[in-house]
Design a binder for this molecule. Structure first.
Ligand code: MOS
Length: 737
């Protein structure tokens, strides 16, 4: 009987967060702190001709001004690669501040003013004068689609079957283009760092999704061993992918601290966040779908092109997951990028998948209308239990049950398929649905578990908690498998002093770090059994380790009343603690299967025909993502995903003035995200899967999955309500009038 797994647990860090006791990167107290304020460029491309810091340097409280002219050499290497074990997904070719006079994007940092107070630094920053040799920036993806390239030309897209022929021969087909603007993560907490040096040892408090990645980046930047760098990031006020990479400010902050030989703090303004940490790229897609009259898909051709910066080849895996969703014998998908004079994009919640599934799932809705088949029925006709690319069976895929449960709860059978047929007074009512898909990833991760003879446990891993409830779920897993009350377990994260863990990303943290804690707890149990068996009275002499469990401070022989008090046992052996440091890795068994997480979403919109305003009045999301460890925080994840999907569908867009390559709405007044008044009924449900192939805990990713199908479901509902097919996000009133 699980005591914690599957039961609701409130956040163990909740009290610290609401009382302000939880410390975020920029809140740490460091004596003799100087404040840095970033000055950014006013042009989008070219070179700095001159930069005059005289007046700024004379302003009250100013300690110094860093520019490319006095930035110490050697500058960081231009494009070092991380060792593969650092993280497969994060390669360090990132933009470095102040290393040259070149301007790659508008609002690029050109100076850092250092002063005794933040206000003095900010004031003086306005006195820095730069002149430029200006060139015309190119920032518009859609005018340069012909320049799109593959990130890896040696691996061109591989077709499944013969998609071109199949498409030409099919009796029913749809073909359409879909566009998604640049979107920004906009977490509440601005990115920031505090850095100080003690000799050649560097300590940095940073807002980060992965302290080891930042550590490596800083070690490379300063040509010092990684062991000389400590990165600390215990709390993160939202990140969503924007703190996966090191970004430019930690190295800049550390360099400033080295130059003035004082601790330095640098925090982005909201505006600086729009060029300081990446964004969901502007994405153009074309989807061609063909089917037999029965609804069986015969061809899928899906092209995606997104913008990157001029100095990195960032390509979203927009088409990878969509191509595996349906049983379609012929498929060709490709994802390319276009160099633009913008900062480099970054993963943003459900990167690639949510963009690709917006296009595919809208196209599926268009196909359903072309076939006159119910959109849900069309998906069931093309359901597959095997990955159509590899032919491998899914380790679990309870998507059919998600469809069934969602449709039943929503009342989908009462839908009149005719557009504009349903009304609520003067409002047009639309019902739409879509599928969601995400991976069930696991990455190598390690944890340290220390069981103490005083009845407590200390557990640590250098993972992050960007909000999903990692502190809580890791405490829960440790308590469950050490057989302790959760109050007796202390879990710590976000520090390079703890064992290595991957970035918190890809929704793989519980699968990866949770497995490490689970397996370490098993090792501790084995150690306890070995200790017990040294004593004559041990009830485990003939037992196997599987016959035992840890429960209420005892090692118990399952199904019997025989047990040993583990803390008394440790004390008898003069062991104040038993420690296991363990790395968990994906199993071999996984390779025999396809793995993934899936979901179904059903939404109702009401559209005001006079104003074009869309409200999402009801959303039901049913997801199948393995075992649910903590329903309380898990539902929060999925609700958050739905809310984000509403924002993506109806509101979010970073507007670029292509004449200057400048972002025009870098603030929360003009970059719209949903507020409480935009959110109505949201119901999230789980169909639990029993899947021991994905990892020993049977958990899959859920944080990104929760938003994947939502934008398409909303766009499909808007079509149903209005008869207008909007293929360009966000669906703002002007597009409907
Ligand atoms: Mo997530 S976009 O992998 O932080």
């Amino acid at each position: 009987m699980a005591r914690y797994i599957g039961k609701e647990m409130s956040r163990v860090d909740g009290f610290a967060k609401v009382t302000g006791r939880a410390k975020y990167a920029a809140e740490f107290k460091v004596p003799n702190l100087a404040y840095g304020f970033i000055v950014t460029s006013t042009i989008g491309k070219g070179t700095i001709r001159s930069i005059d810091t005289t007046e700024a340097s004379r302003a009250p409280g100013v300690i110094g001004v860093l520019t490319h002219e006095n930035y110490p050499k050697p500058a960081p290497p231009a494009a070092p690669e991380l060792k593969p074990e650092e993280n497969r997904n994060v390669r360090d070719k990132s933009f470095r501040a102040l290393v040259s006079n070149q301007i790659f994007f508008n609002m690029q940092p050109i100076a850092l003013v250092l002063a005794e107070s933040f206000e003095q630094a900010r004031y003086a920053a306005r006195l820095v004068r730069a002149t430029y040799n200006e060139e015309k920036p190119m920032t518009d993806l859609e005018s340069s689609l012909d320049k799109a390239r593959l990130a890896n030309p040696s691996r061109p897209p591989r077709p499944r079957g013969n998609p071109t022929e199949a498409f030409a021969a099919a009796p029913v087909k749809v073909e359409a283009e879909y566009t998604i603007p640049i979107e920004h993560h906009n977490p509440m907490e601005p990115h920031g760092a505090i850095a100080f040096w003690e000799g050649d040892k560097l300590t940095v408090f940073d807002k980060s999704q992965g302290v080891y990645v930042v550590r490596q980046h800083l070690a490379t930047s300063f040509h010092i061993p990684p062991e000389n760098v400590q990165v600390i990031s215990p709390f993160v006020g939202g990140a969503f992918g924007s703190a996966l990479r090191p970004n430019y400010y930690p190295a800049l902050t550390a360099m400033a601290a080295r130059v003035i030989q004082r601790p330095v703090k640098v925090v982005y303004t909201r505006q600086q966040m729009f060029t300081g940490h990446g964004y969901r790229p502007h994405t153009w897609q074309k989807v061609s779908l063909a089917a037999e009259r029965s609804g069986k898909l015969t061809a899928l051709i899906h092209d995606s092109k997104n913008n990157s910066s001029s100095f990195e080849d960032y390509v979203e895996n927009t088409t990878g997951m969509p191509r595996t969703l349906y049983a379609c014998p012929n498929a060709l998908t490709s994802a390319q990028f276009v160099h633009t004079d913008m900062s480099t994009p970054a993963p943003m919640r459900a990167p690639g998948a949510v963009s690709g599934m917006f296009a595919l799932e809208c196209a599926m809705d268009e196909l359903a209308y072309a076939l006159q088949i119910d959109p849900l029925e069309l998906r069931l006709i093309n359901f597959t239990d095997v990955d159509p690319d590899s032919g491998k069976p899914y380790s679990s895929k309870a998507l059919r049950e998600c469809y069934r449960l969602g449709a039943e709860k929503f009342g989908w059978s009462k839908r009149n398929p005719e557009p504009r047929s349903m009304r609520d007074g003067r409002l047009l009512v639309g019902w739409g649905m879509a599928t969601g898909i995400w991976g069930a990833f696991q990455q190598p991760a390690s944890a340290r578990v220390a069981l103490k003879s005083d009845g407590t446990a200390h557990v640590s891993s250098a993972t992050a908690d960007i909000g999903p409830g990692t502190y809580t779920v890791m405490t829960l897993i440790a308590a469950e498998y050490l057989g302790l009350n959760a109050e007796k377990v202390k879990f710590e994260l976000g520090d390079t002093r703890f064992p290595r863990a991957p970035v918190q990303g890809g929704s793989f943290t519980t699968a990866s770090v949770g497995s490490a804690i689970y397996e370490a707890a098993q090792n501790i149990r084995q150690k306890l059994m070995d200790l017990a068996n040294k004593e004559a009275s041990s009830p485990f002499k003939t037992a196997k380790i599987e016959d035992t469990e840890l429960l209420d401070g005892k090692l118990v022989l399952k199904g019997s009343s025989q047990s040993v008090d583990i803390f008394a046992l440790m004390r008898r052996n003069n062991l104040p603690e038993l420690v296991d440091v363990h790395e968990a890795r994906p199993s071999r068994e996984r390779e025999k299967y396809a793995t993934g997480a899936h979901g179904a979403q059903f939404v109702e919109v009401k559209v005001d025909p006079a104003t074009g305003v869309v409200q999402v009045t009801r959303a039901i999301e049913v997801t199948a993502c393995g075992k649910i460890m903590n329903p309380k925080t898990s539902h929060s994840q999925e609700i958050g995903g739905v809310v984000w999907g509403i924002g993506m569908a109806l509101q979010e867009a970073t507007e670029v003035d292509h004449r200057y390559g400048r972002i025009m709405n870098p603030n929360l007044q003009h970059y719209h995200v949903p507020v409480s008044a935009d959110i109505h009924e949201i119901e999230t449900m789980f169909v639990e899967e029993d899947d021991k192939v994905v990892n020993p805990l049977g958990v899959k990713g859920m944080g990104e999955l929760g938003m994947v199908g939502i934008p398409a479901a909303i766009a499909n509902a808007v079509f149903h309500a209005t008869g207008k097919r909007i293929r360009d996000l966000p669906i703002t009133p002007d597009k409907l009038l």
